[in-house]
Design a protein around this ligand. Structure first.
Ligand code: ATP
Ligand code: MG
Length: 316
C-alpha cells in the first residue's frame, strides 16, 4: 500500500514501521548492555541465558541484531520465533534452522541427528546457538525437553548454547517449583529497559535519518518530551505515536511536529498520559523552599533593623 506522506517528506521508506527491522536498529544504553551480556554468556560457555523485557522494548529486534553480529564461520545459529508447539515439532524446527534434514522423523532419530551435527560442528571449531523468542509461551514439558537438548555435551563442555527472549512474566514462572531446575541453570539474565528522554529524541531522529529524511519532518523538544511521557520510552509505542504525528503533519501540509500536534496525535489514538511522577511533589517542595527563603530574609532584615535601632537610639 502506498503511504501518503513518504513522497511528501521525500522519504525512502516508512520511518516508524512496527516490524523489527535490523536496518533501523538504534543502540540505546540498555540494548547495548543486553548485547554485552549475551557476548559474556557466549564466552562463559555454560548454562542458559535469559533476556526479558516488557512488550515492545525491542527483544525480537535485538535477537536479530545479536544473530547478525555472530561470525558465520564460527557460529551456527537457530532462531525459533514462536515456541507454541509440541516436542517433535520443536525439534524439527531446530533441525530445520540448522539446515539438517528433518522430514519424517521420530523424536529419537531427530535427537540423534542433532547430537551428531552438534558434535561434528564442535570438532570443526564451530559453536551452535539456539535462540527462542517469546519464551514466556513455552509449555513446561517443552522446557523439560529443551533442558534435555542443552545436555548434549562433550566431556568438557556444552555444545548447544540456548538463549531465551521473553516477556517479564517468565521470571515468576521460572521461580515456581516446576521450573526451578531450569532457573538454576540460567547463568546470565538481563532485563531490557525502555529508552530515557534523551534516547527518545535520538531514536526518533535516527529512524527518520534511516528512512531518508534530510531535514523534515522534524520533532520539537516539547513534542519529544510528550512522546517520552506517553510511551514511557517503549520503542513500539514511540513508533505508533510518531507515525500518527507525521500522518497528521502531512494532512495539515506542515513539517514540524510541535507539542500541540503531538497532543492531538495522542488524543486520536486514545493514549492517555500518566501523571508525571513527582511533578506535584517537586512543586510543593519548590514553593516551601521559596517561602522558607523569604521568611529567613525577612527575619534577617528585622534583626538588622533592631541592631541599627539599638545602635542609633540607645543611651551611650
Ligand atoms: N533498539 C531499537 N532500535 C530501533 N527500533 C527498535 C528498537 N527496539 C525496538 N524497536 C522497534 O520497536 C518495535 C517493537 O520491537 P520488537 O518487536 O523487537 O519488540 P519486542 O520486545 O520483541 O515486543 P514483544 O514483547 O511484543 O515481542 C519494532 O517496530 C522495532 O523496530
Ligand atoms: Mg518480540
Amino acid at each position: 500500500m502506498e503511504i501518503p506522506y513518504i513522497e511528501y517528506f521525500g522519504l525512502t521508506e516508512k520511518p516508524f514501521s512496527l516490524t523489527p527491522d535490523p536496518l533501523f536498529y538504534f543502540e540505546s544504553k540498555s540494548h547495548k548492555e543486553a548485547l554485552d551480556h549475551l557476548t559474556f554468556f557466549l564466552d562463559q560457555r555454560e548454562g542458559f541465558a535469559l533476556l526479558y523485557g516488557d512488550v515492545g522494548t525491542g527483544k525480537t529486534t535485538l535477537s536479530r541484531i545479536f544473530l547478525n553480529s555472530l561470525d558465520a564461520s564460527l557460529y551456527n545459529t537457530a532462531l525459533i520465533l514462536n515456541p507454541i508447539m509440541n516436542k517433535l515439532n520443536f525439534l524439527k524446527e531446530v533441525l530445520k534452522e540448522f539446515s539438517i534434514e528433518n522430514d519424517k522423523l521420530t523424536q529419537k532419530k531427530g535427537l540423534d541427528l542433532l547430537k551428531d551435527f552438534l558434535l561434528e560442528e564442535h570438532i570443526k571449531g564451530k559453536r551452535s546457538i539456539l535462540i527462542i523468542d517469546e519464551a514466556q509461551l513455552i509449555q513446561n514439558n517443552l522446557f523439560e525437553f529443551i533442558r534435555i537438548l542443552s545436555n548434549i555435551e562433550t566431556d568438557k563442555e556444552k555444545i548447544l548454547h540456548i538463549i531465551f527472549f521473553a516477556q517479564p512474566e517468565i521470571v515468576a514462572r521460572l521461580q515456581g517449583d516446576n521450573l526451578k531446575y531450569l532457573s538454576q541453570r540460567i547463568t546470565v539474565t538481563y532485563e531490557l529497559k525502555p529508552l530515557d528522554l534523551e534516547e527518545v529524541g535520538l531514536y526518533i531522529n535516527f529512524r527518520l535519518f534511516k528512512a531518508g529524511s534530510k531535514a523534515f519532518p522534524q520533532f520539537r523538544d516539547g513534542a519529544v518530551k510528550l512522546i517520552h511521557r506517553a510511551s514511557k520510552g517503549y520503542p513500539r509505542l514511540i513508533n505508533v505515536i510518531c507515525d500518527r504525528c507525521i500522518l497528521l503533519l502531512y494532512s495539515q501540509s506542515k513539517n514540524v511536529v510541535t507539542k500541540n500536534l503531538a497532543e492531538t496525535a495522542l488524543k486520536e489514538q486514545n493514549i492517555t498520559l500518566s501523571k508525571e511522577k513527582g511533578a506535584g511533589l517537586s512543586k510543593i517542595v519548590f514553593i516551601a523552599a521559596l517561602s522558607a527563603s523569604a521568611c529567613a530574609l525577612l527575619m534577617l532584615f528585622w534583626w538588622e533593623f533592631i541592631i541599627l535601632y539599638k545602635t542609633l537610639f540607645s543611651n551611650p
